[in-house]
Design a protein around this ligand. Structure first.
Ligand code: DX5
Ligand code: ZN
Length: 227
């Protein structure tokens, strides 16, 4: 059974001390740093660009940076994110006219390619690329902001992806992003997700380390129940 991992999303961290907050989440058991890149066009918000990724990379040299590009024309910026220190780069199916080309572009820059689908996009839109992606990210909120309510339709999509992966003998990893908290994490793990992005539930309130430990404990409990 795939390993459950928590990817703290720095979107909800304190931007005046990103590396400090990120370290607190990673020290407590987070294994990937989820970096939400927004351009004010594909989504109605603006966040992080390559210079911030580069600074974070300097502060956190060995961490996997899981860069989620919510931008139009990702091909234009993939080289800059790779150069800045991204490890994984995912692009939205809805933003890519030539999705196969874009995924190969990511790979050609030495990063692991991932594809993301919005809540209204069916899993079937990914059929032709499942064999070339490292991960599939299922959005369980409409992208743009942290702290939104989990959309339960994502569960069926995660199940479908897990079944397809088993049926076709593929290796892509299944990630979920949006509204992951103590009241939803067990459901997504039971559905088959293994990479769990959490922003508000990690950085929103309380102690960052404690939040990470509680989420991981709930996720691993659900995994044991599934096994
Ligand atoms: C939303 C982002 C998410 C966001 C999730 O557009 O892609 O990564 O940080 O935040 P929470 O966990 O607060 O829903
Ligand atoms: Zn994200």
């Amino acid at each position: 059974m795939p390993k459950i991992e928590l990817a703290p999303s720095i979107l909800s961290a304190n931007f005046a001390q990103l590396a400090v907050d990120a370290k607190a989440a990673l020290d407590a058991g987070g294994t990937l740093l989820h970096v939400d890149v927004m351009d004010g066009h594909f989504v109605p918000n603006i966040t992080i660009g390559p210079p911030v990724v580069k600074s974070l990379r300097g502060a956190l040299p060995d961490v996997i940076f899981d860069c989620h590009l919510m931008i139009e024309y990702p091909d234009e910026l993939i080289p800059a994110f790779a150069e800045a220190g991204a490890t994984w780069i995912s692009v939205h199916q809805e933003a890519c006219v030539h999705l196969d080309r874009t995924l190969h572009l990511i790979e050609s820059h030495g990063c692991q390619p991932g594809v993301v689908i919005n809540p209204a996009t069916p899993v079937e839109m990914l059929d032709e690329v499942l064999d070339i992606v490292h991960h599939v990210l299922v959005m369980s909120v409409n992208p743009g902001f942290g702290g939104q309510k989990f959309i339960r339709g994502a569960l069926r999509k995660i199940e479908l992806l897990a079944n397809t992966r088993a049926k076709l003998g593929l290796n892509f990893r299944i990630e979920v992003d949006g509204g992951i908290a103590l009241d939803t994490v067990a459901d997504v793990v039971r559905a088959g997700a293994e990479l769990l992005v959490a922003g508000n539930a990690v950085f929103g309130s309380g102690n960052i380390g404690e939040n990470v430990r509680n989420l991981l404990q709930a996720a691993k409990g659900a995994k044991l129940a599934r096994a």
